[in-house]
Every structure is written in C-alpha cells, then in structure tokens.
Design a protein around this ligand. Structure first.
Ligand code: GSH
Length: 210
C-alpha cells in the first residue's frame, strides 16, 4: 500500500485541503508539522523551498498544494465522475485560489494594523465576498437544487474545497459571518462537516487559528 506523508506547519493553511481529502478517503498518512526551527533547517531541501509537500513512499517529494489535492482526489475517486464534473470542481478550486491571492492575503498581511484591517475587511465583505459566495450558491443550486453536493451524488474535492475555504473565511474575518443570509452554503457546510470521517478529523485535529 502506498505511504503518504504531508509535511506542513502546525496549521491548517495550505495543507488542510490535502489532509481533508485523505481523511475523507480513509487513507492513512503521516501528518508531519514542522516548527520554525525545523523549517529553517529543511527549507533548502524542499523542491520550491515552500510547504506543503507530499512524500510518496518515502522517495517522491511533490510540492504545490492544489496539484497534490487534485492528485489525491483522483487517486481516491473524489474528482467527479467525468471530465465535466472535474471541470466544475476545478472551477471552484480556482475561485478559492483567486479569492486568497487577490483578497484574503491583503487582510492577512495587515493583521497588526486594526484600522487598516477593518477597512480592508469592509471592502472585501461588501464587494468581492458577495460575488464569490453568490457564485458558490449558484453552483450548488445547479446540482440537486443545492440539497446535496457540488457535483453528482457524492462528496468530492469541490465540496472539501468549499468547506475548507469557508472555514478559512470564518477564521480570518472574525466578526463577520459569511453564512448570514446564505442558508444553502450553511447547509452545505454542515453536510460536509457531518461526513463521519470529516467530523472525526475536525474534532481530533490539532487546534490552530488558521
Ligand atoms: N503555491 C504554493 C504556495 C506555497 C507557499 O507559499 N507556502 C508557504 C506557506 S502557505 C510557505 O512555505 N512559507 C514558508 C516560507 O516560504 O519560508 C502551494 O500552494 O503549495
């Protein structure tokens, strides 16, 4: 059986989606979490001097979180039933990547300047966040009227990306509830969070802010 190790820091961050995929698929893996000192020693040895990386069978070390998440999803039947479903999953993955790169990173970076942070959060919540969440609701509604998963009849990487992305939003925005007035998203979050393997992982994983 293939051996997986996910190496990252002691946070959910860029590794959590990969961890969620393996948990949902009931695949064992080593959850390696580096301290700052350990990272300083190992950084140069990593393919792009960044984390997360996935180590396969102790030899292949692969970087880029979205590529890793997609690979693990494909290997475990979580990438949709056909190319069209895979496209819809990818679309949502890319949406979150855009939201993080264009918007959330700015908010994260000013965490020590409260006035500036509040200004950025307000601008984000009134504009881009509305756009992104409306889009997600539209996509969920297109499959089984929003009463199931993003594609088909079962959980996929797309649902886990929504679950992880909206959890990040909740943690980062602190006083803003992204689910307010968005029952479809709230129900979807709870549907994914109730998948036994996900519920078990979320209740036992290390507790970290992000
Ligand atoms: N596009 C890469 C980004 C990797 C990245 O920037 N990782 C950050 C943590 S989220 C990192 O390793 N930072 C530590 C450093 O650069 O020393 C991915 O998604 O894996």
């Amino acid at each position: 059986m293939v051996q997986y190790k996910i190496t990252y820091f002691d946070s959910r961050g860029g590794a959590e989606l990969c961890r969620l995929v393996l948990k949902a698929a009931k695949v064992d893996f080593v959850d390696e979490r580096l301290t700052g000192e350990e990272w300083a020693k190992r950084k140069e040895g990593m393919p792009l001097q960044a984390l997360p990386v996935l180590t396969i069978d102790g030899s292949q070390v692969i970087c880029q979180s979205a590529a890793i998440a997609r690979y693990l999803a494909k290997e475990n039947g979580l990438m949709g039933a056909n190319n069209l479903e895979a496209l819809r999953i990818d679309e949502v993955m890319e949406m979150f990547s855009e939201m993080v790169q264009r918007e959330l990173i700015k908010i994260y970076m000013v965490k020590d300047n409260e006035e500036e942070r509040n200004k950025l959060v307000k601008t984000f919540v009134e504009g881009p966040m509305k756009k992104y969440l409306t889009f997600l609701e539209m996509r969920l509604k297109e499959n089984k009227d929003g009463n199931g998963f993003l594609v088909g009849d079962k959980l996929s990487l797309g649902d886990l990306a929504i679950y992880d992305g909206l959890s990040l939003l909740t943690a980062l925005l602190v006083n803003v509830d992204p689910f307010e007035g968005r029952s479809l998203l709230e129900e979807h979050q709870s549907r994914v969070g109730s998948v036994p393997e996900i519920a078990e992982w979320v209740s036992t994983r290390p507790k970290t802010k992000f």
